[in-house]
Design a protein around this ligand. Structure first.
Ligand code: ADP
Ligand code: MG
Ligand code: MG
Length: 253
């Protein structure tokens, strides 16, 4: 049983014009097996939250804390966070020229586990997870994200989640840019990872449609760098019907 505790998190982004405050006190607790959806308008700071948890150097934590099973995440390097069981699927996955999917995944698995996976079970796991995500086997020889379609990038992110078996998975707009078929396959992949390794999941999204496939236990409305309202799955239905206007209008700051 794991727990991620985000307490009164304030974050600024370092820009050429100086530090710009983006997050204004985020409180969120996620336990193993729970799925939390963060929904909010563009520019509200959702990706900033994800990057801050991942340890991206552009984002400066000005106050607050993040604990994973009582350990101070903010004191950890990016590698240490991954080894501690944090996983981030980015909204805009980056290309890794010259590194094949196969090598990339095996290196990541080795780094997270502290030892190289046995080649025989590894290939079986890799091929099984790829079949699950309806990915062609030829994919493993391609360079990471180079020339990948939007859907291939997102599937590759979920493939990583499936293989690395994180304690906490932060999925930033894993649904964006997917057609209906790809959305269903990616969602099934997330659900499969949930069923097999019971991670806590933070599902960041702009749209409600992925929540029809990946059922959230909690929904948080994110506006102007903080959580403006919290509820159960029914809150997503309300957002679907009404949008974010009522929150943005009242400036929940
Ligand atoms: P969301 O993911 O909800 O769309 P973001 O976290 O991407 O929101 O952005 C929140 C705000 O922070 C936006 O106003 C955005 O322009 C700004 N921001 C985020 N990252 C940077 C950056 N690297 N440089 C400058 N501004 C940034
Ligand atoms: Mg955005
Ligand atoms: Mg974003």
């Amino acid at each position: 049983m794991s727990k991620l505790e985000i307490r009164d998190l304030h974050v600024s982004v370092n820009t050429d014009e100086g530090a710009k405050p983006i997050l204004h006190g985020v409180d969120l607790t996620i336990s193993s097996g729970e799925t939390h959806a963060i929904m909010g308008p563009n520019g509200s700071g959702k990706s900033t939250l994800a990057y801050s948890l991942a340890g991206h150097p552009k984002y400066e934590i000005t106050s607050g804390s993040v604990l994973l099973d009582g350990e101070d995440v903010l004191e950890m390097t990016v590698d240490e966070r991954a080894r501690a069981g944090l996983f981030l699927a980015m909204q805009y996955p980056v290309e890794v020229p010259g590194v094949s999917v196969s090598n990339f995944l095996r290196t990541a698995k080795t780094a997270v586990d502290g030892e190289a996976p046995k080649i025989r079970t590894w290939m079986k796991d890799l091929k099984g997870a790829m079949a699950e995500l309806k990915m062609d086997e030829a994919f493993i020889n391609r360079n990471v994200n180079e020339g990948f379609s939007g859907g291939e990038k997102k599937r590759h992110e979920i493939l990583q989640m499936e293989l690395l078996k994180p304690k906490m998975a932060i999925l930033d707009e894993t649904d964006s840019g997917l057609d209906v078929d790809a959305l269903r396959i990616v969602s099934e992949g997330i659900n499969h990872a949930k069923a097999t390794s019971n991670p806590g999941v933070l599902l960041i999204t702009h749209y409600t449609r992925i929540l029809r496939y990946v059922k959230p236990d909690f929904v948080h409305v994110f506006v102007d760098g903080k959580i403006a309202e919290e509820g159960g799955p029914e809150l997503a239905d309300k957002l679907e019907a009404e949008g974010y206007e009522s929150y943005v209008g009242t400036k929940a700051a």
